[in-house]
Design a protein around this ligand. Structure first.
Ligand code: CP
Ligand code: NVA
Length: 310
């Protein structure tokens, strides 16, 4: 795609794409993964550059985007707040105008969603959300790809969210709306999700439960995340008390479907949001989930830069 192309898309929230685009992306991710596993060279993004901007820490997002872009034949520029003018108050709009004249695609991990929206509004090239306070769409893209690999279509299934009403929970909510499954949510009081903020159209895609065990009943997938997300560290002490009953354990997994999967975006804190016997147990697919960040994001970058293949 060329600068200014009216077909240019950004990926800032899960609901930026339609169900039919996800069906395409999951197929592409499977193809790209298969070729990679067979050591088949596939370099459609040769001579293209990805700029990554990290205003928060990362392991998976950094490695999967960087390795993924190199594997697709392109190159990568990595910027952080501390080593760029972003940390010295250069306006995000000016940064977007400059960076997007020099590269072909941008991935940003930052704080407020409004910041990534401001960048995208001033960018000549596609912008990907690599996590904000509000959303983490690349993670859910990989999570649902992982679910499909293990269990087939997620449509009509039940996903249980246990824990904080955070960026991951909001993104699961949007995914339930777009892809037609039901999200069971249980959060402590004061940490609820907000379907209206997430722009959910079909209110029936979410059911809330006071007790995490009730949210897990009959679920095909149980998932959770840290009690304290990046940027909320000052609340850690209060959160440790509020979330103590929101630890996914063997009893919760037993309440779910017998073949229910367990996922966690990682990094995890064993003994806090999940017991070791669950995350390290037979129903856990967290390592496939982490690996699939690579394959799903390669499909995403290919789609945003080149459009549909074939
Ligand atoms: N799950 C995830 O986004 O991990 P990182 O914070 O390590 O990138
Ligand atoms: N909710 C977590 C996810 C980390 C990948 C955070 O925002 O810190």
């Amino acid at each position: 795609m060329k600068p200014g192309d009216s077909l240019m898309k950004h990926y800032l929230q899960f609901k930026d794409f339609r169900a039919e685009e996800y069906a395409y992306l999951f197929e592409r991710a499977a193809t790209i993964k298969k070729r990679f596993k067979n050591y088949e060279k596939y370099t459609p993004l040769v001579d293209r550059t990805l700029a990554m901007i990290f205003e928060k820490a990362s392991t998976r997002t950094r490695v999967s985007f960087e390795a993924g872009m190199y594997q697709l034949g392109g190159s990568v520029v990595n910027l952080t707040t501390g080593d760029s003018q972003l940390g010295r108050a250069e306006p995000i709009e000016d940064s977007a105008k400059v960076i997007s004249r020099m590269v072909d695609i941008v991935m940003i991990r930052t704080f407020e969603q409004t910041k990534i929206e401001a960048f995208a509004a001033n960018s000549r090239v596609p912008v990907i959300n690599g996590l904000t306070n509000e959303y983490h769409p690349c993670q859910i893209l990989a999570d649902i790809f992982t679910f499909i690999e293990h269990r087939g279509s997620i449509q009509g299934k039940v996903v249980a969210w246990v824990g904080d009403g955070n960026n991951m929970a909001n993104t699961w909510l949007q995914a339930a709306d777009v892809l037609g499954f039901t999200l069971h949510v249980s959060t402590p009081g004061g940490y609820e999700i907000d379907p209206q903020m997430a722009g959910v159209k079909n209110a029936a895609c979410v059911e809330t439960f006071n007790h995490p065990m009730d949210a897990c009943a009959g679920a095909h997938l149980v998932t959770t995340d840290v009690w304290t997300s990046m940027g909320y560290e000052a609340e850690n002490e209060a959160r440790m008390k509020a979330f103590v009953d929101w630890c996914v354990d063997a009893d919760m997994m037993a309440a779910a479907q017998p073949d229910a999967l367990f996922m966690h975006c990682l990094p995890a804190h064993r003994g806090e949001e999940v017991e070791a016997e669950v995350i390290d147990g037979p129903q856990s697919v967290v390592w496939d989930e982490a690996e699939n960040r690579l394959h799903a994001q390669k499909a995403l970058m290919e789609y945003l830069v080149l459009g549909r293949i074939g």
